[in-house]
Write a protein that binds this ligand. Structure first.
Ligand SMILES: C[S@@+](CC[C@H](N)C(=O)[O-])C[C@H]1O[C@@H](n2cnc3c(N)ncnc32)[C@H](O)[C@@H]1O
Length: 232
């Protein structure tokens, strides 16, 4: 039973999610100054559907710790990792090789880099330093997928937020490419379209360029939800 509260996000019922701000309530969830921070509403909604109190949630690319803050408030256990931890409660690890036993997690949430468009850090193992125009980018995301599959318990769920790239007239359908990688390991459950807000390109000059030079500004991200098989 979901408790309805004015401090909590709307419990979504469609595949189109549109959140006006990064945060909800009166406490921070992650740091909205962190580049590429995840809207906290997304994680809250996923927890309601795919986890219960006491479950262990793992975020292998935890950034500013949004998932940690939401999980703690919702009484879920949580482990957050990042190649360069932003806070002391995030452990240093590579999402391709997590310091966890197999089949320990009840839910995995990932908001990965989706190209080299955001400068997270200079760490040599930061996947966000590889362009999605390079096949290596998807090889590395496949390693992250395999590792997430290894740590998830049978029958449990993974959700992955990702966007496409259109740069200098070259379009890369990053979301669809990741979907086909994930589908090699997991059973597809659904795809949510999450409206993008507060983009640096959301300015009159960029809208004018998009019309003049005949390209589209990115308006949404994919939230891909999949399930690990119940049996080996
Ligand atoms: C989109 S951000 C995550 C944002 C986060 N969910 C939040 O709300 O702040 C992607 C993160 O992936 C991390 N990252 C990149 N390569 C990684 C790797 N090989 N292992 C672990 N983390 C990695 C980056 O350091 C960055 O913090």
């Amino acid at each position: 039973m979901i408790k309805i509260s004015k401090d909590k996000p709307k419990f979504e019922t469609t595949t189109l999610w549109d959140f006006p701000t990064q945060n909800y309530g009166d406490r921070p969830h992650g740091d909205n100054k962190y580049p590429g921070v995840t809207p906290a509403f997304i994680i809250w909604n996923l927890l309601q559907r795919y986890t219960k109190e006491g479950d262990l949630v793992v975020d292998p690319m935890c950034g500013s710790g949004t998932s940690i803050d939401v999980c703690k408030e919702e009484n879920r256990k949580v482990l957050g990792f990042d190649i360069v931890p932003y806070r002391t409660d995030i452990k240093q690890a590579d999402a391709r090789k997590l310091p966890l036993d197999s089949e320990v997690a009840d839910f995995v949430f990932i908001d990965s880099p989706y190209s080299d468009n955001i400068k997270y850090n200079d760490h040599p193992d930061n996947i966000g330093n590889i362009s999605c125009e390079n096949a290596k980018f998807f090889e590395e995301l496949e390693k992250v997928t395999k590792e997430a599959h290894r740590i998830l318990k049978l029958g449990k769920y993974i959700a992955w937020l990702i966007g496409d790239q259109a740069k200098k007239k070259k379009f890369v359908p990053v979301g669809l490419k990741l979907y086909s990688i994930l589908a090699k390991y997991f059973k597809p459950v659904d795809i949510i379209c999450v409206t993008r807000h507060h983009q640096t390109s959301n300015t009159p000059i960029w809208h004018q360029r998009a019309r003049k030079y005949n390209f589209y500004l990115r308006g949404f991200k994919y939230l891909i939800i999949m399930q690990k098989a119940l049996k080996k």
